[in-house]
Design a protein around this ligand. Structure first.
Ligand code: F6R
Length: 367
C-alpha cells in the first residue's frame, strides 16, 4: 500500500505531480480559457460583493491560508484576514453577513476549525470549505466549497494535501480576479497556462533535487536548531518548512519573514545555526540577497532555495537547491517540495517514525 516507498510520507511527497493534477482536473480548462469551480460560480455575487474574506484553519492548513491571503489580495483585490481557528472563536470576533469565511482543513474534522465555522455561520457569514476528506464534518456544515481531491493522506505530516490546498486557492484567486476584472484576459491566460504546467515542474524538481537533499541532510542530522526565512508569498512557506522539520525530526525550528530577522532572531545566528532561505528570483530578490549577507557575516550556514540558473545567491551559500522558474504566485507550491524532502531525510537519519511522530494525531478532534 506504500507503493514501494519506505513511508507514506515519502510516497505522498512523490505523488504531488499527480495529486495536483487531480486537484485541477475538470477545473483548470486551458483550451477553453476558463476555470470551472461550481462552488465559486454558484455564489459569484457573494464573492464579488464580499467586503472581506476571513480564512480560518490550524497548523499546515493555516499556512496554506496565509498563501491564500497573498493570492487573493494580490490578484482579486479582496481584503483577506487569516486567523487561527482557536483564537478567532474565543475572542468575540466581528463578523457580518457581508463576510465570507473560508475554512481550510485536510481532515474536515479539526475541532477548533469546525467550531469557528459554526460561530461564523451563526453570525450570518457565508461559509465556504476547502477540505480533502469528502463528506467530512466541515464539508457538510459549509454553504459551498471546493474539495482538494488530493487522495487519502496517511502520513501525519501534511504534504500533498498542503500543495493541493495551494492549487485550489490559486484557482479561486485567479477565477475571482477574472470575474472582478482585476487582471487582464492575457494575464488570466498566462496564469492558467502556467498553473497547468506545475505538475510537470514538480516531477522534474523531485528528480533533480532528491539525491542532493539526501546528501545535504547528512550534515544537519545532529543540529539542535534551524531557522527558515522567506519573504512575500514565500514567508508562509518558511513557516511551513519549519513546522515540517519540527514535527517529524524533533529539531527545533523557527520560520520568520526574512526582514524580521534583524528584529531579534539575528542574535541566534552563529556557525552552528543553519538557516534555510527561500530565495527565488522574484521582486524581493535583492532584499533576500542582503539578508543572506547578514547571515554570512555572522557565519550562519545557509541552505538556499533558488531559481534554476541562479548565480548570485549560489555563490554566497553552502547549499543551493534549484527550483524551476515560475511566477512568484506559484513559487510557494514549488518551494514547499524540497523543504518536505529535507525534513523527511533529516528525520530518517534521526530514526523517527515519520508517518507517526510522537504526540501527534492525524486529525485533531479535541480542542
Ligand atoms: C502538520 C499537520 C497539522 C494539520 C492541522 C490541521 O503537518 O498536519 O498541522 O495541518 O492539525 O489539520 P486539518 O487540515 O485536518 O484541519
Amino acid at each position: 500500500e506504500k507503493g514501494g516507498y519506505e513511508h507514506f510520507m515519502l510516497k505522498e511527497i512523490h505523488e504531488q505531480p499527480k495529486s495536483i493534477m487531480d486537484t485541477m482536473r475538470g477545473r483548470l480548462l486551458v483550451e477553453e480559457g476558463i476555470i470551472q469551480m461550481a462552488g465559486i460560480w454558484d455564489y459569484q455575487e457573494k464573492f464579488l460583493n464580499a467586503e472581506r474574506i476571513i480564512i480560518i484553519s490550524c497548523g499546515t492548513s493555516w499556512h496554506a491560508g496565509l498563501v491564500g491571503e497573498y493570492l487573493i489580495e494580490d490578484l482579486a483585490r479582496i481584503p483577506v484576514e487569516v486567523e487561527y481557528a482557536s483564537e478567532f472563536r474565543y475572542r468575540n470576533p466581528i463578523i457580518t453577513d457581508k463576510d465570507i469565511v473560508i475554512a481550510i482543513s485536510q481532515s474536515g474534522e479539526t475541532a477548533d476549525s469546525l467550531a469557528a465555522l459554526k460561530l461564523a455561520k451563526e453570525k450570518g457569514a457565508f461559509i465556504y470549505g476547502i477540505c480533502n476528506v469528502v463528506d467530512s464534518s466541515i464539508a457538510r456544515l459549509t454553504d459551498a466549497g471546493s474539495y482538494t481531491h488530493a487522495g487519502p493522506e496517511i502520513g501525519v505530516a501534511s504534504t500533498k494535501a498542503f500543495t493541493a490546498q495551494l492549487a485550489v486557492l490559486s484557482m479561486i484567486a485567479i477565477k475571482l480576479a477574472k470575474h472582478k476584472g482585476t487582471i487582464s484576459k492575457e494575464k488570466f491566460n498566462s496564469l492558467i497556462t502556467e498553473l497547468d504546467s506545475i505538475p510537470d515542474k514538480i516531477e522534474k524538481l523531485i528528480k533533480s533535487t532528491e539525491e542532493q537533499i539526501k546528501k545535504i541532510s547528512l550534515q544537519y542530522e545532529n543540529v539542535h536548531n534551524f531557522l527558515y526565512l522567506g519573504r512575500g508569498y514565500n514567508y508562509p512557506i518558511a513557516l511551513e518548512g519549519a513546522l515540517k522539520l519540527k514535527e517529524i525530526s524533533y529539531i527545533h525550528a523557527e520560520g520568520y519573514p526574512a526582514a524580521e530577522m534583524k528584529h531579534g532572531p539575528i542574535a541566534l545566528i552563529d556557525e552552528n545555526m543553519p538557516v534555510v532561505v527561500i530565495a527565488p528570483r522574484t521582486e524581493h530578490y535583492e532584499k533576500i540577497v542582503s539578508n543572506i549577507q547578514e547571515i554570512n557575516s555572522r557565519k550562519g550556514k545557509v541552505i538556499a532555495i533558488v531559481t534554476e540558473g541562479d548565480i548570485q545567491v549560489k555563490n554566497m551559500v553552502a547549499e543551493a537547491i534549484e527550483i524551476p522558474d515560475v511566477s512568484e504566485c506559484f513559487s510557494p507550491i514549488l518551494a514547499s517540495i524540497p523543504l518536505q524532502l529535507l525534513a523527511y531525510y533529516i528525520a530518517i537519519l534521526r530514526g523517527v517514525n515519520v508517518d507517526q511522530p510522537r504526540n501527534l494525531a492525524k486529525s485533531v478532534t479535541v480542542e
